[in-house]
Design a protein around this ligand. Sequence first.
Ligand code: ADP
Ligand code: MG
Length: 212
Amino acid sequence: MTQQLFSQTSLSRDLLDNLESLGYQHMTDIQAQTLPLILAGKDVIGQGKTGSGKTAAFSLGLLHNLNVKRFRVQSLVVCPTRELADQVAVEIRKLARAIHNIKVLTLCGGAPMGPQIGSLEHGAHIVVGTPGRIEEHLRKGRLDLNEVNTFVLDEADRMLEMGFEEAIECIIEHCPAQRQNLLFSATFPPKIEQLAKHVMTAPEKVTVEASH
Ligand code: ADP
Ligand code: MG
């Protein structure tokens, strides 16, 4: 299969120029198969092994949907662990370098509450975090998800293994019904099928075996 280029997608000029400066030119298989669907606004399930480039696939999707002039939380990325959430936030900030004044906030368990509460008062465009801590901020009324247009579950298999269904359920109830849902996972056990049915609307499923 001939490799596909980011420049063949409908990403904005700014995002494309930044990708070029990062040395991202060719899409990985999972990106080539999911990004066009994501940019078309579809709900997408992407299954691909670690290192296949899933982060950039959903991150470019949420950046495509984002209006930086509107300083409200528009994207929510839920990850199983603090380490993964931090990695995703680093990747989003890299991919968003061309968008001035964009604010990405991480909300993870194990991190002190005080600074998170302060950051929430300042606001953010994108929140990346772990289920329990996001749920806690929601229950305390500190996090408003009413303007979320893109909801991402990253490493969904691990989140189910860790017993995060109920927290995810609570988070979804705080998001608008009309939203784009993206679910990424390395494996696809039957429980994910159930979660996807519950969270997503007519999702397109993409499975990639090899990383390139
Ligand atoms: P996954 O989430 O599927 O495990 P990652 O999204 O963490 O994988 O990507 C693995 C690595 O590949 C990261 O270091 C990322 O910066 C890099 N990468 C992703 N997409 C591309 C691309 N199209 N071109 C070059 N490097 C890429
Ligand atoms: Mg990943």
